[in-house]
Design a protein. Structure first.
Length: 87
């Protein structure tokens, strides 16, 4: 493609764009699309909320190191720390 458009760093071709346009013109099954859901899956039965947190680069490095050592995600380590602190 002349303008260098990419998806996941892969060039998009004119043929792909034409195929997507043809697919759109035929129409989509809206009910099937709505069933797919949106966003990340929930963590449990109750809704959860995203909370922003500012950390220094050193704090992030320490957090990532601990998460790697324990085979966990940043979020898991933070939630465990909060749970431990609140008890």
């Amino acid at each position: 493609m002349a303008n260098g458009e990419t998806i996941n760093r892969q060039p998009v071709t004119e043929q792909e764009i034409a195929a997507w346009a043809d697919e759109a013109e035929v129409g989509y099954d809206v009910a099937a699309l709505e069933k797919r859901g949106r966003g990340r899956p929930g963590r449990g039965a109750k809704p959860s909320q995203v909370v922003a947190l500012r950390l220094t680069l050193d704090e992030i490095a320490e957090l990532d190191a601990r998460a790697a050592r324990e085979g966990k995600t940043r979020s898991e380590v933070i939630r465990e720390a909060l749970t431990s602190y609140a008890v």
